[in-house]
Design a protein around this ligand. Structure first.
Ligand code: BG6
Length: 479
């Protein structure tokens, strides 16, 4: 059997895209609560004030808040062993700045963890998954404000203490390396004080982004240190986007360009989080960009003391790097930029599908860190058709996942220590990049649409029954 006996099969979600109940039981507004809906063609907008008559899809999302029992029962029916979810920071600290946590918010997650336990499902909790309290954007320009480090530590202390007997696996920040690119500005860093407009036009200042990232590194390291000292039962992980890059040709100039982009996008953040220090290759990048990271005495020590126990990542696509201006002109197929790979096909949203890239990435990451790993997001965002009899025939999703699981199997055969796999949006949720419902990933269909209609009822897609079999056979039966 290539996969370990205790392999963590499950699915992933994030509170801001799934939970809804955005102002229930004392919850405050987070950045996504200020984001309107959008589409592949029209970017969603951030509005500091709520506009009457505008749809803010995260506010209701697919309403896990009121469906958690039903949803966890569905996850259990598929045989989930792990349930990746996130805690809404604003449910616990509505503005992020309170001295004391909100009891009603804490209670909600108690209920969720108890329900999971009933079925023997292990929670895997992302502490901050694009859910920054909006009040921290207004007051401190998001993570650019160093003050956020202590607010985050306070939040973590509250949830660590409360859930110390219920949660073992924690991820400090979702896709922390989103902050190395402009696309991280809104959801990941929240450095958008006063900004009103399409997310694609959010002000991009690399010096601000990388400073904000420094604060996230400190916050992550500080709470990992606390966990290691006070909660030795915890396992603390990072979470990075692994956006695999290939040289467009074997021209050594392309190979070097690819190496450079791989370092900045894919390795920088996890090098800091896994090794405990800034890699030297960033010095040149910072110099060329005129970026000077403001560090306080002791920062380097903090980074050293808070390194991760396991490495997790999202994997959806790959792209190519080229130095030829004729070729680079064609970039932009994927959300992560880069030149489309002529050997690959893309999803309806232009994300290039590359299962072998997952095999390659797992080997690369393993060779670099020798840490246990987990693929905590992967999947196909697609248009699904709900048939009159309530079925959804999503063979395309099964094909995508099957090919990726086959390649994970190959990587395990190559010697990679893989702990688990949680495909993204195992139940339909709002899309993070576009704010759509039409871009669905789930094994479970949720009756919710882009105009805000839908009765939120749940239906099993074909992929639901397929994934159940996959788990039952521990990844052997992929037919
Ligand atoms: C990752 C995020 O970027 O990809 C998720 O961690 C997100 O929050 C997922 O939903 C898929 O992206 P999208 O834009 O298709 O929802």
């Amino acid at each position: 059997m290539p996969f370990r006996d205790d392999f963590l099969w499950g699915g992933a979600t994030a509170a801001n895209q799934y939970e809804g109940a955005w102002d229930t039981d004392g919850k405050g507004a987070s950045v996504p609560d200020h984001c309107t809906n959008g589409s592949h063609k029209t970017p969603k907008r951030v509005t500091p004030e709520f506009e009457e008559g505008t749809l803010y899809p995260s506010r209701e999302a697919t309403d896990f808040y009121h469906h958690y029992k039903e949803d966890i029962a569905l996850a259990a029916e598929m045989g989930f062993r792990v349930f990746r979810m996130s805690i809404n920071w604003t449910r616990i600290f509505p503005t992020g700045m309170e001295e004391e946590p909100n009891e009603a918010g804490l209670k909600f997650y108690d209920n969720v963890f108890d329900e999971l336990k009933k079925y023997g499902i292990e929670p895997l909790v992302t502490i901050s998954h694009y859910e920054l309290p909006y009040a921290l954007v207004e007051k401190y320009n998001g993570w650019y404000g160093r003050e956020l480090v202590e607010f985050y530590v306070r939040y973590c202390r509250a949830i660590f203490e409360r859930y110390k007997d219920k949660v073992k696996y924690w991820l400090t920040f979702n896709e922390i390396n989103a902050g190395t690119t402009p696309m991280g500005t809104v959801l990941s860093l929240g450095t958008i004080k006063g900004f009103n407009g399409p997310v694609t036009q959010a002000p991009d200042e690399p010096a601000v982004r990388f400073q904000a990232l420094h604060h996230q590194f400190l916050a992550s390291a500080k709470v990992i240190k606390i966990a290691h000292e006070e909660y030795p039962q915890f396992k603390m992980g990072n979470m990075s986007i692994f956006a695999t890059k290939y040289p467009y040709t074997c021209n050594p100039a392309d190979v070097l360009e690819c190496q450079k982009q791989m370092r900045i996008m894919n390795w920088f953040c996890s090098d800091v989080q896994a090794r405990g220090y800034y890699p030297t290759y960033m010095n040149r990048f910072f110099k060329e960009k005129g970026i000077e990271i403001k560090k306080e005495p002791g920062d380097d020590e903090i980074l050293k003391q808070g390194t991760i126990d396991f490495y997790t990542f999202s994997y959806y696509m790959s792209s190519c790097e080229s130095t030829d201006p004729e070729i680079t002109g064609k970039a932009g197929g994927n959300i992560i930029g880069g030149v489309p790979n002529p050997y690959l096909k893309a999803s309806d949203w232009g994300w290039q599908i590359d299962p072998k890239g997952l095999h390659y990435s797992l080997n690369e990451i393993w060779d670099r860190y020798q840490l246990p790993m987990m693929v905590v997001e992967n999947g196909l965002g697609a248009y699904d058709k709900l048939e009159e009899d309530g079925s959804v025939h999503d063979g395309y999703r099964i094909d995508y996942l099957r090919q990726h699981i086959e390649e994970m199997r190959e990587a395990v055969e190559d010697g990679v220590d893989l702990m688990g796999y949680t495909p993204w949006g195992w139940i339909d949720v709002v899309s993070a990049s576009t704010g759509e419902m039409a871009k669905r990933y789930g094994f479970v269909y949720v009756d919710k649409y882009d105009d805000g209609t839908g009765d939120l009822s749940r239906r099993r897609k074909d992929s639901f029954f397929w994934f159940k079999k996959v788990i039952e056979s521990n990844g052997e039966d992929l037919d």
